[in-house]
Ligand binder design. Structure first.
Ligand SMILES: [Zn+2]
Ligand SMILES: [Zn+2]
Length: 367
């Protein structure tokens, strides 16, 4: 890749917020942090900033490109090197893409390689998002299912050429097939993608009836997704490479599946732990008891010690959700149930208890 005008104008180190002495690791770390912060999926409107960050990393993240970039910045017009040509007036302008010829050996890869232009460059497909509704049990156990994804894909009728099958695109008359047009701006003659053909260098004359010449079509696909055991409501599962297909041989984007988990009739969840509220009687709370509590598989026996207050939570180890190699617990919260009606025998017993009760539980309140 030959140096671009952008290299003179943009301080990629500044874009990534690092020093020009940053190590490879520091470059990558800075990039990841910013890319996350400005990813357009999560932060609409941040596309430009995201592109800038990606462009900076594209160069600084590649040792060979970074070396070239540093050389260009050192020798570039801003540093006075190239500016000399301009001030001397001897140069009527030269093509930025040909700078590599001027610098000769500095750009080891420059010059010999044919430049590609944005329109024809391999482009990574966009990331897509799909929603998935799961029952509580499916979320607990994990499930293999599929989601519907609508995205732009290569047109099946024309195979992406945009031309009616049987006809071929012609060489673009505006750019003569180069895919770029030159725009003379004094010292630099800039190349930009040809507006007529969008940088492809060819033009569709007999458009494909399916895609009307775009080579793309909206397509619905079913994508198989494997949901791991123990997913939680609102979690995003990444399915690598199943987003929008790439353009011009670029890699596909990723698919993010947002999981919605239906609540369970009796169980709740706190991360990997399963929660349940279990009523107990006043005698069970007071005298202690062994009670049976449902879990996801077999019921468990729980010993309620004498003098248990309402609202106390007991942890039954290992009876929660499996997630990866971790195992959650079952959290049992007991609630002392107060009967709303009593038969004669019960009433007599409670009255006897009242008569025998010494002191007041509110004594410490001064009441
Ligand atoms: Zn088509
Ligand atoms: Zn053209």
């Amino acid at each position: 890749m030959a140096p671009q005008r952008e290299w003179f104008e943009t301080d990629y180190y500044k874009v990534l917020g690092i020093s020009s002495e940053a190590t490879e690791k520091e470059v990558t770390r800075a990039y990841r942090k910013l890319a996350k912060q400005y990813h357009p999926d999560a932060h609409p409107g941040s596309e430009d900033r995201f592109k800038e960050i990606s462009a900076a990393y594209d160069v600084l993240g590649d040792a060979a490109k970074r070396k070239e970039y540093d050389e260009v910045r050192r020798l570039g017009p801003a540093a006075g090197g190239l500016g000399g040509f301009g001030q001397g007036g001897g140069f009527g302008g030269f093509r930025v893409e040909d700078l590599s010829d001027l610098f000769g050996g500095i750009f080891r890869q420059g010059g010999s390689k044919r430049r590609t232009y944005p329109g024809a460059q391999a482009q990574r497909g966009a990331d897509l998002e799909a929603e998935l509704h799961l029952s509580f049990g499916e979320a607990v156990e994990g499930v293999v299912t599929s989601v519907n994804v609508t995205s732009t894909a290569t047109c099946a009728t024309c195979g992406g050429s945009g031309s009616r099958p049987g006809s071929s695109p012609v060489v673009c008359p505006r750019c003569g097939g180069r895919g770029v047009v030159d725009d003379n701006q004094g010292l630099f003659s800039l190349s930009s993608p040809c507006p007529e053909c969008g940088g492809r260098g060819t033009k569709v004359v007999d458009p494909c009836p399916t895609c009307h010449g775009t080579g793309l079509q909206r397509q619905q696909r079913r994508v198989k997704v494997r949901i791991p055991a123990g997913v939680d409501d609102g979690q995003r599962i990444r399915v690598k490479g199943r987003g929008e297909p790439g353009r011009n041989g670029g890699p596909a984007g990723d698919l993010y599946v947002v999981v919605h988990v239906e609540p369970h009739a009796i169980f709740g969840r706190r991360g990997k732990d399963l929660t349940i509220n279990v009523p107990i009687t006043f005698p069970e709370a007071t005298l202690g008891a062994t009670i049976t509590v449902p879990s996801l598989d077999n019921p468990v026996s729980l010993k309620v010690p004498p003098g248990t207050r309402s609202g106390r939570t007991f942890r039954v180890r290992g009876r929660g959700l499996h997630s990866g190699n971790q195992q959650g617990d079952l959290l049992v919260t007991v609630e002392v149930s107060v009967p709303s009606s009593l038969d004669d025998a019960e009433r007599k017993a409670v009255e006897a208890l009242a008569a025998a009760t010494k002191g007041s539980p509110r004594a410490h309140l001064g009441a």
